[in-house]
Write a protein that binds this ligand. Sequence first.
Ligand code: MF3
Ligand code: CO
Length: 255
Amino acid sequence: MISRKTAREIELMREAGRIASEARVIAGKMVTVGATTRSIDKAVYEFIKSQGAIPTFLGYRDYPASICVSVNNEVIHGIPGSRKLLQGDVVSIDIGATKNGYIGDCAATFIAGEGSSESARLIKITRECFYEGLKYAKAGNRVSDISGAVQNHAEANGFSVVRAWTGHGVGTKLHEAPEVPNFVEKPRKGKDPRLLPGMTLAIEPMVNEGVADIEVLDDEWTVVTADGKKSAHYENTILITDGEPEILTISEEMP
Ligand code: MF3
Ligand code: CO
């Protein structure tokens, strides 16, 4: 069952989305040489609380922090700590905010100080993958239309998409139906739901410089690339409408 949000629920999703997106801007500005990942987590925690909201990830399946910070070869679910960012680090930050029971989920990747042009290209293409997918986020299309657009853009640029984790429906729960993969299985198999107005989805390309394969570290959270090459992540919560999709995790200066 894929929930379709009412007008009132959509208003609440916009508010949660704004908070998550503003927190992402704050976090992005803190991605600087010498900053600890824990300091970014703390700033996001304080901001989300100041907005009368709750950091969605804190305590979710016993996750110990408010944000995920994934550096270089780390793909997603990196845990904030005493690590100091170094010049050129590729830093993916994922943030959830819950307000009045509704959730905004978003992510983006930033560079600490000056990075390589190849890192900048990885980040740019990953963000573009989201917008390519968004073009197909329309009533009447299927989830796999989004997936295919994301995958094509990444692969056409020589990168690979992670398959072990996917985007997802989002609302009163962080992970709702449907799954929103960043790839299409050929021949297409499994459920491939049609999109309808009122559905709210997190579209979140995870793009690797090298192979798509990943491993999970002994902390049982941190997902890393199998070949040690870099990865980037970009995510917004979006609403399917009668016309163009609406980005719910929107704010000024958003990456
Ligand atoms: N945004 C991620 C997702 O969609 C993240 C969170 S996992 C958590 O799955 F445990 F950190 F909450
Ligand atoms: Co998500």
